[in-house]
Design a protein around this ligand. Sequence first.
Ligand code: ATP
Length: 235
Amino acid sequence: MIRLNDITLTFADGDTRITAIDHVSLTAHPGTVTGITGPSGSGKSSLLAVSATLIRPDSGEVLIDGVDAGRLSAAEATELRREKIGIVFQQSNLIPSLTAQEQLMVMNELGGRGTRAGRRSRAVASDRAAMLLDAVGLADQRHKRPHQLSGGQRQRVNIARALMNEPSALLVDEPTSALDQERGASIIELILRLTDELDTCTLLVTHDLVHLPRMHGVLRLVDGALVDNRVASVS
Ligand SMILES: Nc1ncnc2c1ncn2[C@@H]1O[C@H](COP(=O)(O)OP(=O)(O)OP(=O)(O)O)[C@@H](O)[C@H]1O
């Protein structure tokens, strides 16, 4: 579970400070996708970065599976990210020289001993990579490198890679921004299905309102503050 309690985050801006997140609280449960929406500059990416423990807020608590990230040392926070958090960034950041299968295998090398599955042998990791690439519809593309894949396929590899270490939290930033409507919709469907099958608590940033009715809950930000909090029946 991800729980944010009264998060405020500011950035220096000359002599003053910009408030990127303004007293935001949220709870995301396993098996659900929470959409985070709002206009450009409203704090969506900042909220995801705080949830990922990549940025420390000025105040408030970030709890990942009950662990208070604010009380961890930098090394412990890195370990928490490896074990518990899968991140899909807006820009595909695949390694150009590696095949799809190898992109996933790299995550196993980074995975700590304490992950939900522990660090696996190469054979077990290879099986999990193959299973995930199959789950994202790329079983027959696994030996291709990023330049041989379409934008939608690269995004699918990103999602599979984020799930390699069995994270309890999946954080996804604008996964459809570089895709047409149809490919975007199929990426959203994929994230919904994997969230259900793998029981992740998923936060998904999108400015595309079309996808929001499919989510279990929606948070709308304006100027860093929560203005609408729709939580559906699924919890
Ligand atoms: N590293 C930073 N340094 C200074 N200001 C920042 C930094 N990151 C974000 N901001 C500011 O914080 C506010 C929120 O930015 P953020 O990127 O979280 O918004 P967003 O809703 O994700 O925007 P977009 O939809 O355009 O990606 C903006 O005013 C932005 O300029």
